[in-house]
Design a protein around this ligand. Sequence first.
Ligand SMILES: [Zn+2]
Ligand SMILES: [Zn+2]
Length: 239
Amino acid sequence: MKALIDLHNHTVASGHAYSTMEELISRAVKKGIKVLGISDHAPALPGSANIFHFGNLFVVPREIDGIILLKGVEANIMDFEGNIDIPIRVSKRLDYVIASLHPPCIDPGTKEENTNAILQVMKGPHVKIIGHPDDSRYPMDYDAIVQASKLYNVALEINNTSLRPDSYRQGVLKNAKTILNLCKKYEVKVIFGSDSHVSYDIGNFSNCIRIAEEVNFPKKLIINYSKDAVNELLEEEIF
Ligand SMILES: [Zn+2]
Ligand SMILES: [Zn+2]
């Protein structure tokens, strides 16, 4: 089965990524990706784009070379009340928001504080994905966030880049498996994200697939493989 969608990709606009939007699109065409989401880092992360970058994404066509292009952002969770660095007036013009915990935008809190931040973010508008909730530097109550993921229709991401052996995130293998096992238990869908910072990584879910197989995770709960699941997550007929 081939993945149809990758919603977590960065362009040069993120500051520490290396491909243009055009390069991402041509690589996505070669790889047979049907839906490509661009999710550059939001302004609070040093070196990333100005807020105007995200407000202007409407100039980019919806469909290019047979690829459906979704315009998103990877927002930074700024505090334990769940505020993010993309105002609603901007996020409402985008197709989706990924919300993630990134140093130096937020210092890790207690398990309770980090969990509360995620739960509050999920209740907010336009956030569709929690990016890499897999980092032991930000401990969280996975049982609570998996149940909230189902309740608020906000997918938890299994992040392929986090799972690289040279990743700077910590405890990822164990935490990602915990998330997958809980999602299996409660029948909650997850989304794979390549988190590509260079075009060659688009749609690369090799690490996600490996650990999903290790825990016998059901394919029907992986959003990337199902048109219906993609549309359901985004609450729109994307394709
Ligand atoms: Zn991130
Ligand atoms: Zn990212």
